[in-house]
Design a protein around this ligand. Structure first.
Ligand code: HEM
Length: 175
């Protein structure tokens, strides 16, 4: 029964990523109400995205500890679960705004990479959650693989949005 254990989560993850991309592409972006309000909203989004990246780094350290690569403690599994939940929660309002107001765009390489990574992030997340609920012989390599993919997507999302914002427009504190 190894195949369904991997394939069902993979198909669900790919389906999620493709559905988000198709929605972002087909739906007419709602846009932003006015420029000052949009800039304040962008500030909030970049700080939320930065918090998501920070939580993802804690997730990585906790995972390394769970796999015996770093010292461990009894509270590490709970730390891994709760930082993951919080990261997902904080990412949702940002991604909803991206998808609903801006859509899936390909104006240039950065924006295209950002849109693709946003879809990849939620697809990888769905696959990871489904793999977690299906213990099996492939788990020792599938979980680190999909965890690494999720972290890569979060890092790429931050580089193509928040870092770009900080280095071109500059950080603000308006939320
Ligand atoms: C779900 C798929 C996603 C799509 C299709 C998408 C699309 C976009 C687009 C087109 C932009 C405008 C880029 C520009 O002109 O500079 C943008 C900006 C941004 N995105 Fe996303 N995004 C997605 C997910 C995410 C996620 C998950 C995060 C962070 C957790 C994120 C964080 C940001 C930030 C911080 C900005 C800059 C602020 C802004 O321009 O509003 N996005 N996104």
């Amino acid at each position: 029964m190894t195949q369904p254990r991997i394939w069902l989560p993979t198909v669900a993850g790919v389906g999620t990523a493709v559905s988000l991309g198709v929605y972002g592409r087909l739906h007419t972006p709602a846009g932003a109400a006015d420029v000052p309000a949009f800039i304040r909203l962008q500030d909030t989004k970049v700080w939320l995205a930065t918090a998501v990246l920070a939580l993802a780094v804690i997730q990585l350290l906790a995972a390394l500890s769970l796999y015996g690569k770093l010292p461990t403690a009894r509270w590490i599994p709970a730390l891994h679960r709760w930082t993951g939940r919080l990261a997902l929660l904080l990412s949702l309002p940002v991604a909803v705004h991206c998808l609903y107001a801006l859509g899936f765009r390909s104006d240039d390489l950065r924006v295209l990479a950002h849109s693709l990574l946003g879809c990849l992030f939620y697809g990888a997340f769905v696959t990871k959650m489904l793999l977690l609920s299906r213990p099996g012989p492939t788990r020792p390599w599938t979980l680190p693989l999909i965890g690494g993919l999720t972290l890569t997507a979060v890092t790429g999302l931050w580089l193509t949005s928040a870092l770009w914002f900080f280095t071109t427009i500059g950080p603000g504190w308006s939320f």
